[in-house]
Design a protein around this ligand. Structure first.
Ligand code: HMG
Ligand code: MG
Length: 285
């Protein structure tokens, strides 16, 4: 068992933070390229308020216009029922709810407390269940919060257990501002593993501090085998000051492959998608 899955989040987590309003056809072209890279899951849409994140306002069109490839699940963020209903209409294959382990970021990102966010997610879980759509759960600020400082591992573990109990099939642990170091990731994971088995966890590490690969290595040692990454190292989070740059998919792929892990991804397609992503953000897509 030397397999690791990379969950591509570039078209969502990457592009949501780009200043230039990227035309829908450029997003569709990027996703269509990524569909040939060997990913099982690609996050391409976010049904949030267009006033909050204008870049994602065309999410329904992106989902409708891509060439769907068998074996690939196309995912979308859905913070509430409005978002879920739009995702269902546009035929997202899976959706995600997203909470924060810190109160400060919960308020900045969702305009409510952690407890209130879980109350708002409950009907989303129920409706997704009725529609037969898998739901992933994100936790932001698993190591540090831009507003509240270091996050206690127990807070992450509690929330991870709550999201699992609500029915999330996997919990993605976000180092939203890329400030984590392996020792802190290790402590956080030890706490979370008391609540959620490693096979239902993913690492979502931003590379702002250049430590994402080291944090992936620490997570591999704890049994985590899924990592989120964004092609071309796109993006960040509009509500987390300093959260520039998801760890680059092609970098994670090269590093994992060099360490003897198999990702099932095609290096040449990744390189092509990374070029497209970088051109898009320079306005040359
Ligand atoms: P709110 O203002 O508290 O909510 O926003 P509201 O229910 O009062 O709605 C306000 C307006 O938004 C209303 O419209 C609603 O209809 C509309 P108005 O009457 O003013 O014209 N609205 C919506 N429109 C479209 N789609 C929807 C939707 N919901 C309400 N789904 C809300 C609450 C959650 C909507 C808002 O706070 C929001 O959109 N937040 C999203 C912020 C966001 O997208 N952040 C980035 C994604 S998270 C992330 O990147 C972290 C992650 O990568 C992991 C990591 O790195 O840590 C996942
Ligand atoms: Mg993120």
């Amino acid at each position: 068992m030397n397999e690791v899955e990379i969950f591509e989040v570039g078209p969502r987590d990457g592009l949501q933070n780009e200043k230039r309003l990227i035309p829908t056809e450029e997003k569709v072209a990027l996703v269509d390229c990524l569909s040939h890279a060997g990913f099982r899951r690609i996050e391409i849409a976010s049904f949030v308020s267009p006033k909050w994140v204008p870049q994602m306002a065309d999410s329904g069109d992106v989902l409708r216009r891509i060439k769907r490839r068998d074996g690939v699940r196309y995912a979308a963020l859905t913070p509430n029922l409005i978002g879920l209903n739009a995702a269902l209409v546009a035929r997202a294959d899976e959706v995600a709810i997203f909470a924060s382990a810190s109160e400060g970021f919960s308020r900045a990102n969702l305009n409510c407390s952690i407890a209130d966010s879980l109350t708002r997610f409950a009907p989303v879980m129920q409706a997704a269940g009725q529609a037969g759509i898998p739901v992933r759960g994100y936790i932001s600020c698993v190591s540090d919060c831009p507003f509240d400082g270091p996050t206690p591992p127990a807070a992450v573990a509690r929330l991870a257990g709550q999201l699992l109990a609500m029915g999330c099939y996997e919990i993605s642990l976000g180092d939203t501002i890329g400030k984590a170091v392996p020792e802190r990731i290790d402590m956080m994971l030890r706490a979370v593993l008391q609540e959620v088995p490693a096979r239902q966890l993913a690492g979502h590490y931003h590379d702002t501090g250049g430590m994402a690969l080291a944090n992936i290595e620490a997570s591999l040692a704890q049994g985590v085998r899924v990592f989120d990454a964004a092609v071309g190292g796109l993006g960040g989070c509009p509500y987390a000051p300093g959260a520039s740059g998801n760890v680059a998919t092609e970098l994670v792929h090269e590093w994992l492959t060099g360490m003897g892990w198999r990702t099932g991804l095609n290096r040449d397609v990744l390189a092509q998608a990374a070029r497209m992503a970088k051109d898009m953000c320079r306005g040359e897509g």
